[in-house]
Design a protein around this ligand. Structure first.
Ligand SMILES: Nc1ncnc2c1ncn2[C@@H]1O[C@H](COP(=O)(O)OP(=O)(O)OP(=O)(O)O)[C@@H](O)[C@H]1O
Ligand code: SF4
Ligand SMILES: [Mg+2]
Length: 325
């Protein structure tokens, strides 16, 4: 049996606040295979960033992560000391944030970043300058020599995100977490950047966790999708299954809105209400206050359970019987 690239089991993240402990991510489990893209979707505050940061050892000091294990290439990294994590992040793991500015040292040129990355893997690069220019050309930067001499603030958001993608292509990590990397960009640049991500994925055979609010982008780029709601996974399956036959009412709402956005409608269907923050009752479905299908059976802890031919769903209505209908 092949070992998955990433295997996360029962990850729980809590923030220690002045008002008490705030659980923000509960019982998150999934595996990610080599070369695959996992889309992570859910509305603001559902725990996407916190979950990903916990996996990469990037939680702020007020955050605590507990899990059965977080295995990266078979090695449990859940309790890795910070200096070991730093090594792993430099060479193997990368995170791309919404705002690429934060990923660059503002007082260093783009070229400096490539040279620093080249020192981590000197064996991978015969000529760092030539390889850096080649990586920049692959992300359609017409004049790599000039771009390498620029400081981050001298480039537009779209150009800087391209430089970051090029830097990652150059560094060749095995796992890349991209946290809403196109949110600040206009539609045209967003589409171009998504295409580049696809290219990057094939080029370096990396695995991605791709966080987005946008179901259409998730569908386009992902092999599998996880939908998070209120810190929990509510649905997990192939992108095809989730987009064509969503089983959780929350996913159904997201897909409906995504299809409306693609079509020609005057008014979008909203999922009324808000996700709220961390103090959810354990003895009922967290989506219950907003769910159009709420019933008495929902007033119990609802487990994420496998549904044949689909994946896993956290809803009392999702059964194998229903799936085969
Ligand atoms: N440093 C922090 N201190 C306290 N609470 C935090 C901190 N960071 C995040 N949270 C809380 O954790 C919860 C999950 O946040 P997270 O940033 O993971 O959401 P998200 O799904 O990524 O949302 P978005 O789509 O807006 O980025 C939120 O309720 C948020 O307020
Ligand atoms: S368990 Fe009940 S309240 Fe929760 S999503 Fe399913 S039908 Fe809705
Ligand atoms: Mg986030």
């Amino acid at each position: 049996m092949t070992v998955p690239l990433l295997d996360v089991k029962n990850l729980n993240v809590t923030f220690q606040m002045a008002s008490g402990d705030l659980p923000v991510s509960s019982d998150v489990s999934f595996t990610l295979e080599h070369g695959k893209v996992l889309g992570l979707i859910g509305e603001s505050g559902s725990g996407k960033t916190v979950t990903s940061k916990a996996i990469l050892g990037l939680l702020p000091s007020v955050g605590t992560a507990k899990s059965d294990f977080i295995r990266y290439k078979g090695r449990d990294i859940s309790d890795l000391p910070p200096h070991e994590f730093d090594k792993l992040r430099g060479a193997d793991l990368a995170m791309i944030f919404q705002d690429p500015v934060g990923s660059f040292n503002p007082v260093k040129t783009i070229g400096w970043h490539f040279r620093a990355a080249g020192r981590v893997h000197p064996e991978g690069h015969g000529d760092i300058a030539a390889d850096a220019a080649e990586a920049l050309r692959k992300v359609d930067i017409a004049d790599p020599k000039t771009a390498l001499k620029k400081f981050p603030h001298q480039l537009s958001g779209g150009m800087l995100q391209r430089c970051l993608i090029a830097l990652i292509m150059f560094s060749r990590p095995s796992l890349i977490v991209a946290d809403e990397p196109t949110t600040n960009l206009d539609n045209l640049v967003e589409r171009q950047i998504i295409t580049l991500f696809d290219k990057l994925r094939r080029d370096i055979d990396a695995s991605f966790i791709f966080i987005t609010h946008d179901m259409t982008i998730a569908e386009q780029i992902s092999d599998d999708i996880i939908v998070m709601y209120a810190g929990q996974i509510v649905e997990h399956g192939s992108a095809k299954a989730l987009m064509h036959a969503p089983r959780h009412p929350y996913t159904q709402g997201l897909v409906k809105t995504a299809r409306e956005l693609e079509g020609d409608v005057d008014t979008l269907t909203e999922i009324s209400g808000e996700v709220g923050t961390g103090h959810w009752p354990d003895n009922k479905c967290r989506f219950a206050p907003r769910c159009p299908h709420y019933q008495a059976a929902c007033d119990h802890a609802v487990p994420l359970h496998p549904v044949a031919g689909h994946g896993a769903v956290r809803c009392v209505m999702a059964t194998d019987k229903e799936a085969t209908r």
